[in-house]
Design a protein around this ligand. Structure first.
Ligand code: ZN
Length: 290
């Protein structure tokens, strides 16, 4: 069962109970609905489709895909008449990464058999807006979690959909830690704001947004400082895991216990990239000296 929450007059949030508390947003207008992301499993997105059809007696006109990750895009095929909006990079990543991963995932999840990826036909780069039935949705590139993430601000009801730039734990292995810092600072500036819908996890109320963003920025600093220390001391990857997720201000049980694993992946990915960059720099120095 999908959890449905009405967070303002025309805004609903649907949360997956099957995978990592993924959130999809629904904006209702007299001229139809705008769906922001879908849920990981078709049976869950089907619940959104039935709600729109049976309860609202409406239809989805646009789907905004906030990035190309499987858990947000698999359900788009259930709305064949909706136009799909997304970032330029999403289109590319859907083709090169999400599609081959789907072929594999079908082998272990028979319920994905019918899933067909829908590619965004309306593409944006830095900023764009969509207007429908009195609702204005302002989209903005928000990289860091992944290169193609976009955030969506519903101006009339002051709701910010931050996608995976905000989840119960910052997660940047597909993106870049510095991009994520920049994006978090930009999100902190969005105003006026009533609610922030994270890509995964609870909806944040106005008063919680700034503190949560500060916690996330502090988390990133702690993770990076630890990785730098491990590298400076010449220690191996094992030493990375001595930094506990709770020491970095993030609950271990966040996202149904996934938090600790995501934290370890953050550490390893940052370490691997930094070590690689160091090696490249040393090789260059040697070349220059020779
Ligand atoms: Zn993601």
């Amino acid at each position: 069962m999908v959890l449905r929450e009405r967070i303002s007059e025309h805004t609903y949030v649907f949360r997956s109970s099957m995978y990592a508390k993924v959130n999809a947003g629904l904006i209702t207008t007299p001229e139809g609905c705008i769906l922001i992301d879908t849920l990981p499993y078709p049976e869950e997105t089907q619940e959104i489709a039935s709600f729109v059809r049976r309860r609202l007696r409406s239809e989805v006109k646009y789907i905004i895909l906030t990035h190309s990750h499987a858990d947000h895009v698999y359900g788009a095929y259930l709305f064949p008449d909706a136009d799909v909006i997304g970032h330029l990079y999403s289109r590319k990543l859907l083709l090169t990464q999400t599609r081959p991963a789907l072929v594999k995932a079908r082998q272990t999840h028979p319920s994905l058999a019918d899933v067909r990826l829908r590619l965004p036909a309306i593409l944006m780069e830095k900023e764009a807006a969509v207007r429908l039935g009195g609702a204005t949705l302002m989209m903005r590139h928000a990289p860091g979690h992944a290169p193609d993430v976009i955030s969506v601000y519903y101006k009339e009801e002051k709701v910010l959909f931050a996608s995976d730039a905000m989840m119960s734990i910052p997660y940047f292995i597909y993106g870049d830690i510095n991009d994520l810092r920049r994006t978090l600072r930009e999100l902190a500036e969005v105003s006026p704001l009533e609610d922030l819908v994270q890509g995964h996890g609870d909806v944040l109320l106005r008063g919680e947004v700034k503190t949560t963003i500060d916690i996330h920025l502090a988390y990133l600093d702690k993770v990076e400082a630890h990785v730098n220390e491990v590298i400076a001391k010449g220690l191996g990857k094992e030493a990375l895991l001595s930094l506990d997720v709770e020491e970095c201000g993030i609950s271990r049980i966040a996202l149904e216990g996934l938090a600790n694993r995501l934290h370890q992946e953050n550490l390893i990915s940052l370490y691997t990239r930094k070590v690689k960059r160091l090696k490249q720099a040393r090789a260059k120095q040697r070349q220059a000296a020779a």
